[in-house]
Design a protein around this ligand. Structure first.
Ligand SMILES: *[C@@H]1O[C@H](CO)[C@@H](O)[C@H](O)[C@H]1NC(C)=O
Ligand SMILES: *[C@@H]1O[C@H](CO)[C@@H](O)[C@H](O)[C@H]1NC(C)=O
Ligand SMILES: *[C@@H]1O[C@H](CO)[C@@H](O)[C@H](O)[C@H]1NC(C)=O
Ligand SMILES: *[C@@H]1O[C@H](CO)[C@@H](O)[C@H](O)[C@H]1NC(C)=O
Length: 397
């Protein structure tokens, strides 16, 4: 689209140069987001990686404009993510459609750390009792916001005290559970290698509790019995702690889980349904696996989607959401900037939102990370690279 604009405006060198500059800026912006993810663990660089990330500029701090280039992918890989939203959310019916033009319900302006700005929102959750309340985990603002739809800013309910390892700080949070029974958040504080409970009641109360330490957590979930699930993105496994017990069980593992890149990893996200089944992306084979409760082996529940993948060899699937009642699986395709749905156990999924490539238009994404539904079936997407939360209204037929 922008190319056409440029052609029309080809009346003078100055304008043309401006167009070129705009395009360059856009490209840089798009790649910055990759920088955010991939530079996370540069220190722990590993050699056997499916994707090579070449850093071409400056420092590795998330605030700076680092230009990274996604250059190769030797195998089919993808990433999995959780939708840890309460089970009260409902994905809906098989013929459901959404308005593909979204509305920014949080963020969407410049990246920043003011209360009306976001920086790399990786998780969006909708409150199980109130559709208007959103919880947003911001990886690079090291905080969790509670944001009421319609208001122009959120409030900090965890972190927000700079990056650090004090009990009142977070360091690259990647996921959380809203635990209504104790009015607390359970947060995967990934760079601090801990899972920490943060009470919402009194924001000045710094009585945080470390639930788990020395653990490379990235994804979290809690089932209907209060059992807790945590993914270890380095060991590529998901463990379960039964409520009240301190010993754990590995409920899903395998080399295809997780997503390793040179210098780092993407979160290992997953989904737990009402029957305590665990769903994860098998990156090596580009499919969704399901471990039924206490099952040793997984079964395949979803596969490829369409053939229009822009980056077919790198499929960074995020944000799984499983509507078991209607046998529907939803996922964010982080790399191809689409939201996908598989109906009825089908091997072939289809795009429901995001048909128009990467961008900042209301019908586009810049790396959609996770998704959620409210009780009306409206779809919410954490648009990670665009620093906004998008809502797509369900269309009633
Ligand atoms: C979709 O949303 C856009 C923007 O809010 C609106 O203009 C349009 O009428 C909506 N379309 C449908 C089918 O609801
Ligand atoms: C965990 O410990 C409890 C007793 O403390 C025991 O009953 C249970 O079988 C153990 N579970 C596992 C998976 O080892
Ligand atoms: C949970 O499992 C039971 C027994 O297998 C099944 O009847 C039920 O439909 C499942 N629930 C959901 C939500 O899939
Ligand atoms: C899904 O499968 C069920 C039973 O197998 C069938 O009744 C239903 O029509 C299917 N729905 C769609 C949308 O294919």
């Amino acid at each position: 689209m922008r190319d056409h604009e440029c052609v029309k405006l080809r009346t003078g060198k100055v304008i043309r140069n401006m167009c070129i500059m705009t395009i360059v800026v856009l490209i840089v912006t798009a790649t910055v987001v990759w920088a955010c993810i991939f530079t996370k663990n540069m220190k722990n660089a590993q050699k056997t990686t499916p994707i090579e990330v070449t850093s071409t500029t400056t420092t590795m701090t998330e605030e700076t404009t680092t230009t990274n280039t996604l250059s190769t992918a030797s195998s089919t890989t993808s990433v999995t993510t959780t939708e840890t939203t309460s089970t009260a959310t409902k994905g809906g019916i098989t013929n459901r459609r959404w308005n593909e033009t979204g509305t920014a319900v949080a963020g969407g302006s410049r990246r920043g750390d003011r209360l009306d700005q976001l920086n790399s929102p990786c998780i969006i959750q909708i409150d199980s009792d109130d559709d208007r309340i959103m919880y947003i985990v911001e990886r690079f603002n090291h905080r969790v916001l509670r944001w009421r739809q319609g208001e122009n800013q959120g409030e900090i309910i965890a972190g927000g005290n700079g990056k650090g390892s004090r009990l009142d700080q977070l360091d690259h949070p990647t996921d959380q559970i809203v635990d209504k029974s104790t009015n607390s958040l359970i947060i995967c504080d990934s760079e601090n290698r801990r899972v920490i409970r943060w009470f919402i009641q009194n924001p000045t109360d710094t009585q945080q509790q470390i639930i788990l330490s020395n653990f490379d957590c990235s994804g979290l979930a809690m089932d209907t019995d209060g059992n807790m699930y945590v993914s270890d993105y380095k060991k590529r496994e998901i463990k379960r702690w039964k409520k009240g017990e301190t010993n754990e069980t590995t409920v899903a593992d395998g080399p295809g889980l997780g997503y390793q890149v040179e210098g780092g990893y993407l979160p290992l996200y997953f989904f737990v349904d009402e029957n305590h089944s665990v769903y994860v992306w098998d990156n090596d084979n580009n499919r969704v696996l399901k471990w039924a409760k206490d099952a040793k082996d997984a079964i395949v529940v979803a596969g490829k989607y369409d053939t229009e993948d822009i980056v077919t060899r790198v499929s960074g699937r995020h944000g799984l959401f499983v509507d078991r009642n209607n046998n529907i699986i939803y996922a964010c395709d982080l790399v191809n900037h689409k939201i996908i749905r598989w109906l009825n156990g089908s091997k072939d999924g289809s795009v429901i939102v995001g048909r128009y490539g990467q961008g900042r238009q209301p019908w586009q994404f810049g790396m959609p990370s996770t998704l959620a539904f409210d009780r009306q079936g409206n779809l919410y997407v954490a648009d990670y690279g665009n620093d906004r939360i998008q809502r797509f209204d369900v269309i009633d037929d």
